[in-house]
Design a protein around this ligand. Structure first.
Ligand SMILES: *[C@@H]1O[C@H](CO)[C@@H](O)[C@H](O)[C@H]1NC(C)=O
Ligand SMILES: *[C@@H]1O[C@H](CO)[C@@H](O)[C@H](O)[C@H]1NC(C)=O
Ligand SMILES: *[C@@H]1O[C@H](CO)[C@@H](O)[C@H](O)[C@H]1NC(C)=O
Ligand SMILES: *[C@@H]1O[C@H](CO)[C@@H](O)[C@H](O)[C@H]1NC(C)=O
Ligand SMILES: *[C@@H]1O[C@H](CO)[C@@H](O)[C@H](O)[C@H]1NC(C)=O
Ligand SMILES: *[C@@H]1O[C@H](CO)[C@@H](O)[C@H](O)[C@H]1NC(C)=O
Ligand SMILES: *[C@@H]1O[C@H](CO)[C@@H](O)[C@H](O)[C@H]1NC(C)=O
Ligand SMILES: *[C@@H]1O[C@H](CO)[C@@H](O)[C@H](O)[C@H]1NC(C)=O
Ligand SMILES: *[C@@H]1O[C@H](CO)[C@@H](O)[C@H](O)[C@H]1NC(C)=O
Ligand SMILES: *[C@@H]1O[C@H](CO)[C@@H](O)[C@H](O)[C@H]1NC(C)=O
Ligand SMILES: *[C@@H]1O[C@H](CO)[C@@H](O)[C@H](O)[C@H]1NC(C)=O
Ligand SMILES: *[C@@H]1O[C@H](CO)[C@@H](O)[C@H](O)[C@H]1NC(C)=O
Length: 539
């Protein structure tokens, strides 16, 4: 997710006495001996898994080519199969999970084989050449998770020992997904528990809402308080000008940010929210792009805050703080100069020309034709899911008296207009139908051998297993050893690794050790239940 984006982030164990058939299917390897590239394979996947469901009339028996890659460098015959659920991006952008991330960690610990399956309607796994609303109708959660089950039952890995004998349920398939893919992992385990042996759902938004102001809550709570307070105050002042319809002052404010020509006030509000995270999509690095490991980290958010709070700002920057004081009873807009400076230096230059600021090529979103374009794209597929099933439109807080990091002009209607322009009557006019997600259990979701791991500072956390609403009055405290909340962590931080668990920060390391124990326990259970079956058979 930029959502659950994607915008949306490596030693060698013994491969074992691998018979000659087993060839290394992977591409070049890095210094550490781990692969850095993988051959992409195609799987014939059904477009429509539900020939009897009225939801998919008219039906089709056609298939599409679903992409996957695998890594058998740690594999020993009869080891577990780890299926990494691709989510809203290409299979290539998930390679690191096999190379040095969570799947590598689990493969190494258990002599497992890792596979990444690309999500339908992403990367090169589009069933159709374009994405008309009609063509997108098979992009639903139930079809997507049915892909996982069907793949696990039918895949054959050529030239791999055991490769034609890996399918579920005769082998232990364990799913892992982060973010949207985490929710799909959890839903897959609920729906196909006779087929899939276990799953780890990381930062999985299993709970569904239409408006999601809580996205900003961890930033409000954990961000540097001087920076946060300044932004809250600037937003209050901006919103009071909007309330007063002080068009002259608002024009001045836009010009201070170098966005004088951006006509829609909501587009302006979104654009200055980019450093924090604008609704649906944003072009710069925010809280969500922070990471525990420097090489994977982007400090954009903190650089932004350092601008807002800069004590050594040049006079021409601090002078901006009082430029609008006349409109606010003489009160300065403390930090406005630094805020605007950051936006002018980092956000505005993304636009190739000042003349284009008020177009959809840059910061306007008010162009119906743009949203209706049917070219296959990540944004269009992700939008469709948002508009039909997933919701979570980022908005200002429900209570207008509560401090806000984004202007209160950003409400549900802002995102909904894109849905309507993009897909017309192919999507519900008032936001997603939440029953499609809710049927899997929401916060109460559970299945055998399904574990939840979340980050306490993750912007999506309120939709996850550890959301505060999941535990009325108990701030997300959950009991039971099927779950772990990583203190201080962001969005599926456990999916990242560095090929050396002992060198990881304590809480990440402990999370990885917990995941290894969890999976090892599930595999012991597998061995026990399957050997007892054999005994039964023999008796
Ligand atoms: C692989 O597992 C072994 C044994 O548990 C461990 O010592 C080693 O550090 C792990 N290596 C990597 C790269 O994960
Ligand atoms: C990975 O392999 C593919 C197919 O062999 C190739 O096209 C691509 O350029 C490679 N990528 C890298 C980063 O080496
Ligand atoms: C799909 O195949 C089945 C079995 O051959 C057939 O009964 C059904 O009519 C086909 N559906 C479509 C939409 O072609
Ligand atoms: C298939 O795998 C199972 C489980 O590892 C094993 O018991 C069985 O012998 C294998 N079958 C063949 C034909 O290799
Ligand atoms: C499997 O091995 C055969 C013989 O070496 C080769 O021709 C074929 O391309 C291989 N298939 C894959 C998918 O690598
Ligand atoms: C706000 O002011 C502008 C120009 O002064 C005017 O055209 C517009 O109707 C006003 N809007 C509202 C909601 O009062
Ligand atoms: C302001 O942001 C820029 C761009 O990210 C960064 O290079 C600079 O260090 C920041 N300024 C301060 C005072 O931290
Ligand atoms: C402040 O002055 C610097 C150096 O002349 C210039 O680059 C910058 O754009 C000015 N900033 C503002 C807000 O005027
Ligand atoms: C604020 O208002 C005063 C009195 O009307 C005026 O003299 C001054 O120039 C104004 N300042 C700004 C920055 O607009
Ligand atoms: C609106 O979007 C269409 C399609 O992307 C584009 O061709 C057109 O130039 C855009 N118009 C404006 C005013 O941005
Ligand atoms: C949502 O979808 C469910 C299941 O298809 C359906 O029963 C229900 O009527 C829909 N709700 C709305 C408000 O459309
Ligand atoms: C949490 O509960 C409050 C109060 O019922 C509700 O307004 C809000 O939308 C809920 N948030 C989430 C993420 O469920």
């Amino acid at each position: 997710m930029k959502l659950l984006a994607t915008i949306a982030a490596a030693s060698v164990a013994v491969v074992g006495a691998a018979p000659a058939l087993e060839s290394r299917q992977v591409g070049p390897t890095g210094d550490d001996g781990r692969p850095t590239n993988y051959t992409v394979y195609s799987f014939d996947q059904l477009i429509d898994h539900f020939p009897n469901s009225s939801r998919y009339v008219p039906h089709t028996n056609a298939t599409f080519s679903q992409k996957y890659v695998f890594d058998n460098t740690y594999y020993k015959p009869c080891g577990p199969i780890f299926l990494y659920i691709g989510g809203e991006t290409s299979v290539q952008s998930r390679f690191s999970n096999l190379e040095n991330g969570i799947i590598q960690t689990l493969m190494n610990a258990t002599n497992g084989l890792g596979i990444i399956l690309e999500n339908r309607y992403y990367g090169e796994s589009y069933p159709y050449n374009t994405s008309t609303t009609e063509q997108l109708r098979f992009l639903t959660t139930e079809q997507t998770i049915a892909d996982n089950a069907y793949f696990a039952q039918h895949v054959k890995l050529e030239n791999v020992t055991d490769g034609d004998n890996l399918t579920a349920p005769s082998r232990p398939w364990i799913l892992y997904g982060g973010s949207l893919a985490g929710a799909q992992t959890a839903f897959s385990l609920v729906e196909y528990q006779d087929l899939l042996w276990g799953g780890i759902a990381s930062s999985a938004p299993v709970h569904v809402v239409k408006a999601f102001p809580e996205w900003y809550y961890p930033i409000q709570k954990f961000g540097p308080s001087d920076c946060i307070t300044r932004i809250n105050n600037i937003i209050d002042k901006m919103d009071s000008l909007v309330q007063q319809n002080n068009t002259r002052a608002i024009q001045q404010l836009k010009e201070i940010f170098g966005l004088g020509t951006l006509s829609d006030i909501r587009d302006f509000a979104q654009t200055i929210a980019f450093p924090i995270g604008g609704p649906l999509n944003y072009p710069t690095y925010t809280w969500q792009e922070l990471n525990w490991y420097p090489a994977y980290d982007n400090r954009g958010f903190f650089e932004f805050c350092n601008n807002v709070t800069n004590q050594n700002a040049p006079e021409n920057v601090t002078a901006v703080d009082t430029m609008l004081s006349n409109y606010t009873n003489g009160q300065a807009w403390t930090g406005l100069g630094g805020y605007a400076e950051y936006v002018k230096n980092v956000v505005v230059p993304i636009c190739p020309s000042e003349d284009l600021i008020d177009t959809t090529q840059c910061f306007s979103t008010q162009n119906k034709t743009y949203w209706a374009e049917t070219t296959n794209s990540v944004l269009r597929s992700y939008m469709y899911t948002t508009c039909t099933e997933q919701g979570a439109y980022q908005t200002a807080p429900f209570d207008p008296n509560q401090p806000s990091l984004i202007s209160r002009v950003l409400q549900v209607d802002y995102t909904q207009q894109w849905c309507t322009w993009g897909f017309r009557d192919g999507v519900p006019p008032n936001g997603p139908n939440t029953t499609f997600y809710e049927q899997y259990g929401g916060y109460n979701i559970s299945a055998p051998r399904l574990a939840f791991i979340d980050g306490a500072a993750d912007v999506w956390n309120e939709l996850c297993y550890h959301g505060r609403n999941a535990t009325a009055g108990h701030d997300g405290l959950r009991y039971g050893d099927n779950q772990l909340l990583i203190t201080g962590a962001g969005h599926h931080w456990d999916s990242y690794g560095i090929l050396n668990i002992s060198a990881e920060p304590d809480f990440i390391r402990a999370a990885h050790e917990w995941e290894i124990r969890k999976v090892s326990g599930w595999l012991q259970e597998w061995d026990q239940s399957h050997s007892s079956e054999k005994v039964k058979d023999e008796l």
